[in-house]
Design a protein around this ligand. Structure first.
Ligand code: CP3
Length: 353
């Protein structure tokens, strides 16, 4: 059997094929827990350099691939990367995350935003995705990603990460028309960006609505869900076969409400039992997740037990094994290696228990 002609495991899981073991990758699998990443960061201290110089971004994206051969290779970038292309200048500060010096708070600022021309404002994306595809061939799946409208609007309006989201919630609950216009403009730009990533070689796309879990269910249905739908509907019109994954952090109270988003796969975090998530989402919805990233600070025995437990609960169809959220800074690399090795032997290990 020639490996070269095989469809990678992650795409087979996304199609709903029955598999011997689930594909496995990790969010934030390229990053600070890896020594190789910390070394390259000394040479390129600015995040924008690391993610926007193609050779550097390619090398960083491939560091976990070379070390652990995950079934998914995600490009090294950030959710705020496309914002300058819309007219929202940003930087990513060490230890703090995205900073937007002139937060979007007025009608005039929303009116001045322009549409995204990814080929012009994001010239580094194409060489990055093309190289990743040629490097991993059919042995793994290249993932692209974007931030969702609500989450990008949260950065644009707050100007930085927030614990309370008071500015954007203030806008939502006093001046919703401006916010709806901002969300809709972002949705159009994000859809364009997803299609561009697919055209450049991304085989699956994950949309991070990281801060939508900060909304109560009613407000999720007003400010997050309709714009997730706007993005996914537009992408499916031209790229119906590319699997779309949706992540909301802290989604335990929202799972059923995420299903009408149009996503093919829903990322489940560790605050929900995987068997329960399966029941709540229904048998047709595919899932990704859901180990607590903190487990990777535990013993090998604990890591193995939780992997097998998750796989048993998710079943052998329509499941991508992952953490519920990104791998944490300080995670021992040896435990990440053990996680991948064990996950890849899951079929034999499950047969023996
Ligand atoms: O998964 C991957 O390996 C791809 C890389 C990736 C990064 N950011 C690199 C990065 C991905 C998928 C993201 C998405 C992202 N960025 C999200 C959604 C995921 C989530 O956590 O819910 C969000 C909310 C952001 C915004 C952002 N950018 C934050 C909160 C931070 C961290 C701030 C900090 O220092 O702790 C960033 C910076 C960032 N983006 C880092 C990395 C590896 C860390 C900074 C660094 O390495 O120097």
């Amino acid at each position: 059997m020639s490996e070269v002609n095989e469809t990678p495991l992650l795409l087979r899981a996304a199609r709903g094929e029955v598999l011997e073991r689930p594909p496995v990758w990790m969010m934030r699998q390229a990053g600070r827990y890896m020594k190789a990443y910390r070394d390259i960061r000394e040479k390129y201290p600015s995040f924008r350099e690391r993610s926007e110089i193609p050779e550097v971004a390619i090398e960083i994206s491939l560091q976990p691939w070379k070390a652990f051969q995950p079934d998914g290779v995600i490009m090294f970038s950030d959710i705020v990367t496309p914002l300058p292309g819309l007219g929202i200048e940003m930087d990513i500060a060490e230890g703090k995350g995205p900073i937007i010096a002139s937060p979007i708070r007025t009608q005039k600022q929303v009116d001045e935003l322009h549409g995204l021309e990814p080929g012009e404002s994001l010239p580094f994306i194409k060489p990055i995705l093309q190289s990743l595809r040629s490097e991993v061939g059919n042995k793994s799946t290249v993932l692209g990603f974007v931030g969702a409208p609500w989450t990008l609007a949260a950065y644009a309006v707050e100007g930085k990460g927030s614990k309370t989201y008071s500015n954007i919630k203030g806008m939502a609950f006093s001046d919703p028309t401006i916010l709806h216009q901002l969300l809709s403009k972002l949705a159009d730009a994000i859809a364009t960006y997803i299609c561009y990533q697919i055209d450049c070689g991304a085989q699956a796309l994950q949309m991070f609505d990281s801060w939508a879990g900060q909304l109560c269910p009613q407000d999720y249905e007003t400010f997050a869900l309709p714009y997730q739908q706007q993005v996914f509907r537009k992408v499916k019109e031209t790229h119906p076969d590319t699997p779309l994954i949706l992540l909301v952090s802290g989604s335990a109270g929202l799972l059923e409400r995420m299903t009408p988003s149009g996503a093919d796969i829903i990322n489940v975090d560790w605050t929900v039992d995987m068997a329960e998530a399966r029941q709540r989402l229904g048998k047709d919805m595919k899932v990704q997740g859901n180990l607590d990233p903190g487990i990777l600070f535990g013993s090998h025995e604990m890591i193995r037990d939780r992997i097998l437990d998750t796989i048993r609960k998710a079943g052998n169809q329509g499941h991508i094994l992952n953490l519920g959220h990104g791998v944490l800074v300080g995670t021992p690399e040896d435990n990440v290696r053990y996680f991948f090795e064990t996950a890849k032997q899951a079929d034999q290990l499950l047969a023996h228990v």
